[in-house]
Design a protein around this ligand. Structure first.
Ligand code: ARG
Length: 403
């Protein structure tokens, strides 16, 4: 994927920030309310830098009744947040070439597919900083090269459907705090409290308002679990509940925005932070009736898991090498897949001597175990060789005495 260097800032914005629909322009009034509402204040107020113009007070002041404090995200409770540097080297627009991302294992981060569109894999890197400062702007923290990128095969750039991608780091991130993802296909309840984090714009129509420090906002689910639910004033083509979540506040004023794409939408499930959404799109930012649209992570859990770790299928005999079996003493073979992806296995035995029941080969899903039985046919006795094969687990040849 090449990227023309003569694009202006605005055309880059529109390339990496698909907008859903053509809504009203953000007005000056809306601008002040477009600041992300902030979650937790970890530093004492005196140590805090001044929030960006129209800061938390603006948002909190306008959006009455919201449980929004003033301050930056608590970095120690958000170690899963990382920033994807698209390596575009755009002069003066240093942060437009970046997106949020979430560590879901020490090697893998999840982000939005549209983030990866204007760049090429070789330019990408991931920045992680335990400090609060933006690791890309400040050049602090750690940098990771990207070993592999997986964009969802059904991602549609025009409609932003299936806006999810995975990046694999070249080396393991030592920072603990990978975020579990919602895998059971469920959706947040309408009104459920959610958190969104990012280093993107703090003012909707100000391209230079990217945050220097990680911001967090408390938003609520505005659509609920129904497959027929609507999201604000979006059309049914713009908001597809089967693959998206709708989160914000109905009156606007609190939202994610450009530069936050790819970053996490987090739910506390049984007190545990869980990744439920990925910042994907929206009509403007923080407008009334146009909440943020997020990729619904649980819908893609199968696709994600299949790429996280390849199958490792171990096929092991229930007795030591050189074991004896007889018609009254069959032997059990255990097939176990200790990876996420589906794997295959096979038990090759001499059919004149041993039958393998109920099947001699098959596929096995991630983290599953199954057992098959080697049963002497009784037709012949003596030593025989059995081959045990599992994808990612290699082949073992064992000798068995059948008597
Ligand atoms: N697509 C944007 C990006 O690339 C994120 C837009 C989020 N918009 C919103 N209203 N929540 O950064």
């Amino acid at each position: 994927m090449g990227f023309p260097t003569d694009l202006t800032y605005d055309s880059i914005v529109s390339r990496i920030t698909p907008r859903v629909g053509l809504g009203p322009l953000v007005t000056a009034g809306a601008m002040a309310t477009a600041v992300l509402g902030l979650v937790a204040t970890a530093l004492p107020a005196a140590a805090e830098p001044t929030p960006p113009s129209g800061g938390a007070a603006g948002a909190a002041g306008r959006v009455t009744g919201q449980v929004i404090g003033g301050g930056y995200a608590n970095r120690s409770s958000t170690p899963f947040f990382v920033q994807l540097d698209l390596g575009l080297n755009l002069s003066g627009t240093d942060l437009i070439g970046s997106c949020g991302a979430t560590m879901i294992t020490p090697y893998w981060a999840v982000t939005a597919a549209h983030c990866l569109k204007p760049t090429s894999d070789s330019r990408l890197s991931l920045a992680q900083s335990s400090a609060w400062v933006n690791p890309i702007r400040a050049g602090v923290g750690r940098r990771y090269g990207i070993a592999a990128v997986a964009i969802h095969p059904k991602w549609e750039p025009a409609s932003s459907a299936n806006d999810i991608a995975l990046v694999r780091l070249k080396s393991q991130s030592p920072v603990p705090g990978a975020l579990p993802l919602l895998t059971d296909g469920s959706r947040p309840a309408r009104g459920e409290r959610l958190e969104v984090y990012g280093l993107g714009r703090t003012v909707a129509d100000d391209e230079l308002s990217f945050s220097d420090r990680l911001m967090g906002a408390v938003v609520t689910d505005l659509s609920g679990p129904s497959q027929l639910a609507r999201c604000g004033s979006y059309s049914t083509a713009e908001y597809r509940p089967s693959q998206s979540l709708c989160a914000g506040v109905p009156v606007g004023g609190i939202d994610s925005c450009q530069g936050d794409s790819g970053g996490p939408l987090v739910a506390r499930i049984a007190g545990r932070p869980t990744l439920v959404g990925i910042v994907s799109g929206g009509n403007g930012c923080a407008l009334a009736n146009y909440p943020g649209i997020y990729t619904r992570v649980s819908r893609y859990a199968g696709w994600v898991k299949a790429r996280l770790s390849p199958a490792k299928v171990d096929v092991t005999l229930g007795c030591a090498t050189g074991c004896r079996v007889s018609t009254s003493r069959p032997v059990v073979v255990r097939v176990h897949n200790s990876g996420w992806a589906d794997g295959s296995w096979a038990v090759d035995a001499d059919p004149g001597i041993l039958t393998v029941a109920p099947a001699a080969r098959g596929t096995i899903a991630g983290w599953q175990t199954r057992k098959v039985v080697l049963q002497p046919t009784g037709a012949r006795k003596g030593w025989t060789t059995v081959k045990l094969r599992g994808s990612g687990g290699g082949t073992k040849v064992v000798r068995i005495l059948v008597n």
